[in-house]
Design a binder for this molecule. Structure first.
Ligand code: LMR
Length: 397
């Protein structure tokens, strides 16, 4: 049965994560996988999550199936928080959702839906994009292309180039996969005014936004990080959303996320909801409830919600503080272009102007683990070793 199986390289992010784990050097710095760490290098369980989990365990009376679209209270509460309860999409019954196995599960359900609804559409992703976007979406059989996004010389978003490319090459009905915030891998986000222009551009060109919201809350704040999503929803008639609670609730291994569709009318919304269930059934039958139950408990208990908000603010402020320190370290060593980029970017990631060889030299000669693309997860550093990151990077450039 396995005769024809040949060796394959590991996923690049997982490969760096494993390489770092097996490095015995005590001074190693893990800037690889996108996981938040505190100043002691731990990815702790949030107190709000621990408390909610305890309550859930006490209250839970059954482990019976919930259904193919999973925990609908969880989806409703988090969506009403993002869009605000009085948003017409709720009153007009224009939004439906399904709980998913993490943000990746949501992306896959979204891609399967596109394959059913618009099999000829091309899905466009940014250059560069998250390493798993293309495998996740293309494996349903959809065509994929890339639009220019991050300019590795200016270390900024090339918004005009992005719009100009899409206006020439994308066809009406195509899907534009966008990072809602904290762009992975660059940390370079669209400004609010760019989202305003993009929403109008997409609508005028009959292009459909598929928003990946994986790091919301860790950039500027929950409201700020979901501005783009709300803007496209206000302007475009149909929107797909894939969201993750892995990072903002630190629920990584509990695989907690959801997919949502904003549709033209109530009738289509009902049809898409049924399709979400059918797709999930075919893929994994039903999503795991544990993480969703915890998040839902936090959203429905004011005290727990306050604890979670504080913890989220703490994570975000730590990342911002590390950004500031890293930026100062680059500045003090004369690399003001890198310093400026880092301070203006959001979330865990930044992309340094490094090639694969330089990244390899950082790993082997300096025990600093980062992606070959130059992506660093700033939250993997701490206040004691952040200066060493800047020094080592400037040594290999
Ligand atoms: C990352 O980009 O490092 C994270 O989203 C983890 C992953 O699954 O790739």
């Amino acid at each position: 049965m396995f005769e024809n199986v040949t060796p394959r390289p590991d996923d690049p992010i997982m490969a760096i994560m494993n390489q770092c784990k097996s490095d015995p050097r005590p001074h190693k710095i893990d800037l690889g996988v996108g996981v938040y760490k505190d100043d002691n290098g731990h990815t702790t369980i949030l107190n709000s999550v621990k408390l909610a989990e305890k309550i859930c365990n006490q209250e839970e009376t059954t482990k019976s199936y919930i259904g193919t679209i999973g925990n609908q209270d969880f989806c409703k509460n988090i969506l009403q928080f993002i869009f605000e309860k009085d948003n017409p999409i709720f009153q007009e019954d224009r939004i439906c959702s399904a709980q998913s196995a993490g943000g990746s599960g949501a992306l896959r359900i979204g891609a399967e839906l596109i394959k059913i609804a618009s099999p000829e559409a091309t899905v466009w992703t940014s250059t560069p994009t998250w390493a798993n976007h293309i495998p996740l979406v293309s494996s349903v059989g959809l065509k994929m292309k890339q639009y220019p996004y991050y300019n590795k010389s200016t270390l900024q978003v090339d918004f005009e180039e992005m719009l100009s490319h899409l206006s020439k090459k994308a066809k009406p009905g195509d899907i534009i996969l966008l990072h809602g915030c904290c762009h992975n891998p660059t940390g370079a986000d669209l400004s609010d005014s760019q989202w305003d222009r993009l929403a109008i551009f997409l609508n005028e060109n009959e292009l459909y936004p598929f928003i990946d919201l994986a790091y919301f809350g860790l950039g500027k704040g929950m409201k700020e990080d979901t501005y783009g999503l709300r803007k496209v929803t206000q302007i475009c008639p149909e929107v797909l959303l894939a969201a993750s609670c892995s990072k903002n609730f630190a629920l990584y291994r509990d695989r907690t996320g959801f997919v949502a569709a904003i549709c033209k009318d109530q009738e289509k919304t009902q049809m898409i909801k049924v399709l979400f269930g059918a797709i999930q059934r075919k893929l994994i039958s039903m999503p795991p409830d544990h993480g969703a139950a915890i998040v839902n408990k936090i959203f429905t208990d004011h005290k727990l919600f306050d604890v979670w908000e504080m913890e989220l603010n703490e994570m975000r402020n730590r990342i911002k503080n590390l950004r500031l320190k890293l930026s100062e370290a680059f500045n003090s060593q004369g690399a003001s272009n890198i310093a400026n980029a880092i301070i203006n970017q959001n979330g865990m990631f930044s992309m340094l102007p490094l090639n694969a060889q330089q990244a390899e030299s950082l790993r082997s000669n300096h025990a600093i683990y980062l992606m070959n693309s130059g992506r660093i997860n700033i939250a993997g550093a701490n206040t004691k070793n952040i200066n060493r990151v800047a020094e080592a990077v400037l040594k290999v450039i």
